[in-house]
Ligand binder design. Structure first.
Ligand SMILES: [Zn+2]
Length: 460
């Protein structure tokens, strides 16, 4: 039996491919065949294509690769709007007692909310760094992966962990952490159960101890060994604040980047969130080892962490993607607005107006994200043979129609509505609404679970 490869033809649109040459077409077409991009170019689609199941007239639209989110904490969806005027350490200490009460239904609802918000805004690959696993809280990793599958996005679960509590000089309370042994065993089990190494994988798993101030040196070292033995990537938080730098110097006698290097945590299979407080030699170490960075401009601003040196990282050859970060420190929960925020916030830094341009911002949110997740050969740019993860942004709107150039409109303008979004060749958004999950039901369940968590935390 011959299986028919179904084709979808998208026509009459502007296209930003984000390929190595930054190829763009003012008016062009994209042909999706099965789960791959078959062809794209200027002008009209080739004639005589077989098995075309749908033609989309995308006049007034810009087509880009789908956005790739490289740092997030889904569970925080149900603790938004708390500790709003705090720096990182004070914010963490304020929220840990509540976070330690989460259970499986709460985490499922929070994951559904986080994923729905991002997918509606053009994210086609999401990730969740989940590191709070209270005893008896159920199968949290399974709940998160299930929510990603329902939404239809491509997904990396960074299986986090914490084992350095207050009694060991760490930040989290004793009841919020796992032991070294149980964290490693549960992480290995999650990789074995859920990680898919294939080209078109929808689910991957990374090993992700939380941060230097919540994890033992031994968990970092053994976590890195575990990830390399299993052939998966490594993720953590690094160099986020001056307080973290101070903590590392006091406890380990060195700054965060040197500490990470001493524990096996620099390498092309590693990506790290934030990297705000990096000196020239730290950036050179990241560049030399090809360690990736998840830049989270809104969260860094919300927690007054500082401005990451993204232009210097890019100039040095460090792979950089964008991250929403958890929504307890970025209540909007969107990635498309981070394109704009990355550009604007970096222009407040040392490089001023030369810091980033619109094309570079779009690249951070697409190809850069694919690089740091280790998937640049599969996703992140529109090229024949790559997976069909792409977004049709409507720029024929009051907000955008008079902006001269489509990429400028997308990055500098108001958040553009998503007319359609495809992941692995399958449509997940139509006219701004999610096709496979019920947004209104998710809004209700997240509100209920947020109230239930607040009630339980208040009684504790
Ligand atoms: Zn984070």
């Amino acid at each position: 039996m011959v299986t028919m490869v179904q084709r979808v033809v998208i026509e009459n649109c502007a296209i930003a491919t984000v390929d190595a040459a930054d190829t763009e077409y003012a008016t062009g077409y994209v042909v999706i065949a099965g789960n791959r991009i078959e062809s794209l170019g200027a002008g009209s689609a080739p004639e005589g294509l077989a098995d075309v199941v749908r033609r989309i007239d995308a006049s007034g639209h810009l087509v880009t690769p789908g956005l790739v989110n490289t740092h997030h904490h889904f569970y925080q969806w149900i603790t938004r709007g708390l500790a709003t005027d705090h720096n990182l350490f004070n914010w963490l200490v304020a929220l840990y007692p509540t976070w330690a009460r989460i259970d499986e239904p709460m985490v499922r609802a929070a994951a559904q909310g986080s994923l729905a918000m991002m997918a509606r805004g053009g994210v086609t690959t999401a990730m969740d760094h989940h590191y709070v696993f209270p005893k008896g809280s159920g199968d949290l990793s399974g709940a998160i992966i299930g929510a990603a599958r329902e939404t239809g996005v491509r997904f990396t679960l960074a299986r986090g962990s914490m084992d350095r509590s207050e009694k060991d000089g760490g930040l989290p309370p004793d009841f919020a952490v796992e032991t070294l042994e149980s964290a490693l065993a549960a992480t290995e089990a999650t990789v074995r159960e859920h990680h898919d190494a294939s080209f078109d994988a929808m689910t991957q798993v990374a090993v992700a101890p939380c941060s230097p101030f919540s994890v033992s040196t031994e968990l970092l070292k053994q976590g890195a060994e575990l990830a390399r033995r299993l052939g998966v990537r490594l993720h953590t938080h690094g160099s986020e604040t001056v307080e973290e730098e101070q903590f590392c110097k006091e406890l380990f006698g060195m700054g965060p980047t040197d500490y990470f290097e001493s524990t096996g945590w620099l390498g092309e299979d590693v990506w790290m969130a934030h990297c705000v407080h990096m000196n020239d030699s730290d950036i050179a170490a990241f560049a030399r080892t090809k360690t990736g960075v998840a830049h989270c401009p809104s969260s860094n601003a919300r927690l007054a962490a500082g401005i990451a040196r993204v232009p210097d990282m890019l100039a040095a050859g460090v792979p950089v993607g964008l991250g929403v970060d958890g929504t307890a420190s970025n209540e909007s929960g969107e990635l498309h607005t981070e394109l704009r925020n990355a550009l604007l916030i970096n222009r407040l830094g040392a490089h001023r107006e030369a810091a980033l341009n619109a094309r570079q911002a779009l690249r951070l949110g697409t190809y850069g994200g694919a690089q740091v997740l280790g998937r640049a050969s599969e996703i992140g740019s529109l090229e024949p043979g790559k997976l069909a993860d792409l977004v049709l942004w409507n720029l024929d709107t009051l907000a955008h129609a008079s902006i001269a150039d489509p990429v400028t409109a997308l990055v500098f303008g108001a958040a553009a509505p998503v007319t359609a979004s495809f992941v692995n060749g399958r449509q997940i958004v139509e006219a701004g609404r999610l096709l496979h999950v019920d947004e209104d039901a998710i809004a209700r369940s997240t509100r209920e679970e947020a109230r239930r968590l607040a009630r339980i935390a208040a009684q504790a």
